[in-house]
Design a protein around this ligand. Structure first.
Ligand SMILES: Nc1ncnc2c1ncn2[C@@H]1O[C@H](COP(=O)(O)OP(=O)(O)OP(=O)(O)O)[C@@H](O)[C@H]1O
Length: 505
């Protein structure tokens, strides 16, 4: 059979970094090829090269047996290649259907498109409202829009760069079903993920990239997850640290009584969360259930009644970000390019932007900023061109390590993180999780929002679930199962008398 796509000797350099070195690979019609590699291995660069948004320094492409030139996304689209990018490329102020229209041939009618979106999204279990404005959607919902947009072009080759990072278990199952269906219809799929279980569930052929080179082609169903991880990072995965009991003190407390965060909010927030110092509390739930509003309220981007939130016993609900930072609260938002960092600015400037620590009498403390940034890069093994490299030049996972490291290095009393290991490879995820456990054991209160139940069960002491803005009872991780919490995610948690023992808060 002729391969759908064959790449031969692809090389791409960025200055002294060789992102792809002499890469050759093939994808057959209907094949699901997974591409695995640690953060910064060169996966996204390779995918962007196939999609024409990055032009290689060297190498050749063959599509359905014919030598082709792919020097722009328009070339790729003409061939029938569609891509779902790791970082969303959606216009915030436009609606879902307007965004999708932009990627389709001229003359497509909006009314017809709305119908098609509804049909496709229902069929694939990727439900979104075509008339919703992107700005009002959670990351999970935005991801769904990106996937739908690609599927609406009826591609011959579909590239997905970490498409599952923010999907709920149910949506993930539906996506896998879709991908298998597409594959049975002859569509070739290249699938990048850091989640080894997904690779094993979905594909029989996995190309492992390390340091920009292909280091192995394996059938992931025939080797263990540990061996796959070892191939990817070249080492064994670090063990997750134990969580010894520590003396507790008041940390972050939320007491929400149907609080509406903004006029655009889908749900008012209600319920209680208590995060004592010395504990990690997790918030599970499918994104789009009020987590973004809750994060805005906790960080101080949105204001609530004074007593809705308190830090170490002091009410702060009506205080702004800088006051809460001064009281020891630090926050890692979900959106790394745009909210957590300014993409065009250097890592040093991005360090400066999030703290007053680096200003003295109106002057910038340049040496301190430099030292702080270098320490984050070193401690969190951030692969980058140094502290002057722009945030946008870092691979997704490396930027995430930088952001989490930057906040942790402030040694916050209260640390709040939204999807802390999104897009981070298995080795780096373990590094981040251990850093959070160390912070908790050192006496900080840590609140983590994550859609990954495995992650929450690994690091948290206690857990709540959020559904349609409501917060479930807070329970000890040791008193519930992953399956139970999975069920609670649809809002069906037991009422107080039947709930597992509530945490001692
Ligand atoms: N536009 C750019 N300018 C400079 N360096 C870049 C640029 N794009 C990528 N790089 C570098 O190329 C290398 C490979 O990056 P790439 O984004 O392809 O990695 P990745 O395997 O997709 O990582 P991740 O899993 O973290 O997304 C990294 O060292 C990265 O810093």
């Amino acid at each position: 059979m002729t391969p759908r796509l064959r790449l031969q000797n692809i090389t791409k350099r960025y200055g002294s970094t060789i992102a792809n070195r002499d890469i050759s690979l093939e994808v057959m019609p209907g094949e699901i090829l997974s591409v695995l590699g640690e953060n910064g291995a060169g996966k996204s660069t390779l995918m962007k090269i196939i999609f024409g948004s990055v032009v290689p320094d060297q190498g050749q492409f063959f599509f359905n047996g014919k030598r082709v030139n792919i020097s722009s996304p328009a070339d790729a689209r003409k061939l029938g290649i569609a891509m779902v990018f790791q970082h969303f490329v959606l216009f915030d102020t436009l609606t879902v259907k307007e965004n999708i229209l932009l990627g389709l041939p001229e003359g497509t009618s909006l009314a017809k498109l709305e119908k098609e979106i509804k049909e496709k999204s229902k069929h694939y279990g990727l439900e979104v409202d075509p008339n919703a404005v992107i700005n009002d959607l959670s990351m999970g919902e935005r991801q769904r829009v990106e996937i739908l947009r690609a599927l609406l072009t009826n591609p011959q080759l579909l590239i997905l760069d970490e498409p599952t990072s923010v999907l709920s278990p149910l949506a993930l199952k539906a996506l896998f079903k879709t991908l298998r269906q597409l594959s049975s219809e002859g569509v070739s799929i290249i699938f990048i993920t850091h989640k080894l279980n997904e690779i094993r569930a979905l594909s029989k052929n996995c190309c492992v990239i390390r340091g920009g080179q292909v280091v192995a082609n394996v059938n992931p169903q025939e080797i263990s997850e540990d061996d796959l991880a070892k191939l990817m990072i070249g080492n064994d995965l670090p063990e997750i640290l134990p969580k010894p009991e520590v003396k507790q003190a008041l940390g972050l407390d939320l007491n929400l009584r149907r609080e509406k965060v903004s006029y655009k909010s889908h749900f008012p927030l209600s319920g209680q969360i208590h995060v004592p110092c010395g504990k990690i509390v997790g918030i599970a739930g499918i994104s789009g259930n009020g987590q973004s509003d809750l994060m805005k309220a906790i960080s101080g981007e949105a204001l609530l009644p004074k007593d809705a939130i308190s830090i170490c016993g002091a009410p702060v609900g009506d205080l702004r970000v800088k006051h809460r930072r001064a009281m020891g609260l630090r926050y890692v938002p979900e959106e790394r390019l745009g909210q957590a960092t300014v993409p065009e600015m250097s890592l040093e400037s991005n360090t400066l932007l999030t703290s007053n620590l680096f200003l003295a009498k109106g002057f910038m403390r340049n040496k301190m900023i430099h030292r702080f940034t270098e320490t984050v890069i070193e401690k969190f093994k951030v692969k980058s061109g140094g502290s002057h490299a722009s945030a946008a030049s870092l691979s997704g996972g490396n930027l995430q390590k930088f952001i989490v490291g930057r906040e942790l290095l402030h040694n916050p009393k209260i640390l709040v993180l939204n999807q802390p290991t999104w897009g981070v490879d298995a080795g780096a995820a373990a590094l981040i999780r251990n850093a959070l456990i160390r912070q908790r054991t050192g006496g900080s209160a840590v609140l983590v929002v994550s859609e990954e139940l495995d992650e929450l069960f690994e690091i948290c002491d206690e857990i709540v679930v959020m559904s349609e803005g409501k917060i479930s009872p807070q329970v000890k991780i040791s008193d519930v199962s992953i399956e139970e919490i999975g069920r609670w995610m649809s809002g069906l948690w037991p009422q107080k008398s039947e709930a597992p023992k509530e945490a001692s808060v």
